[in-house]
Structure formats: structure tokens, C-alpha cells
Design a protein around this ligand. Sequence first.
Ligand code: 9YT
Length: 132
Amino acid sequence: MIVRDMNKIVESDQDRVISDAQWTSVRMLLASDGMGFSFHITYLEAGSEHTFEYKNHFESVYCIKGKGSITDLGTGETHDIQPGVMYALNEHDRHILRAQEQLVMACVFNPPVTGTEVHREDGSYAAAEEAA
Ligand code: 9YT
């Protein structure tokens, strides 16, 4: 069994804490944990806007805290994000995520991220075999 405390990861396992200018992600589970998915707690700063397109991953995101919106760039539809709302990018949907207030999100990626990915210009993470 794997048991981890996010607060302890933040204190003492910085390899699992990834930041960009406007977001920080704590990787509770990575590919190396062998679960077949990765599990992240991601903080998106108030006022920030992010364009992502996870071409090589499915991602599901649950809002724990904060307020914002997501725009599906395929359909143009915008949905409010608030605690209790989940979205699943089941079609690798290109999207814009906006944080009106700081958003705290629980995210699952399949296939799992390894922890070394960086967002490419198109908002994607490389597939594991491309990154190797
Ligand atoms: C909410 C969201 O899109 N999270 C993406 C995950 C984050 N960029 C990470 O953990 O890599």
C-alpha cells in the first residue's frame, strides 16, 4: 500500500513538486508508482489562464476549491468550475482553464506522467516514448 501526505511531499520531496509561472502541481502518484495513472493536486493562481491540449493523455480533473471556468476550444462552450465540478478530457480536448480565484484541483492522468514532462508550445505533454 502507498500512503502519502501531501504536506510532507511539499516539505521534503521537491522532486514531486512541479511549478510553472502560474501553477504548482504536487504529484501524489507518478508512473514509477506502477498504478497505471498519475494523481496530482494542482494549484492554479488567481487571475491565471492556461491553454492545454493533452494529446497523448486522458485527464480527469475535480475541483476541490476555488472558482473559474473551462472553455472547450473545439465547441466554444464555457463551463463554470467550482468545488464539486469534474471535467474529463475524454477526447484530448484542447481547452482554456481560467482561475478567477486560486483553483485547487485533483487531477488524474492516463497514461501516467513520469514527472519530467514540460508543456510543449501546443499545450501537450510528450508521450512517454517520445520523452524517453
Ligand atoms: C488542472 C490541470 O489541467 N492540471 C494539469 C496538470 C498539471 N499541469 C500537472 O500536474 O502537470
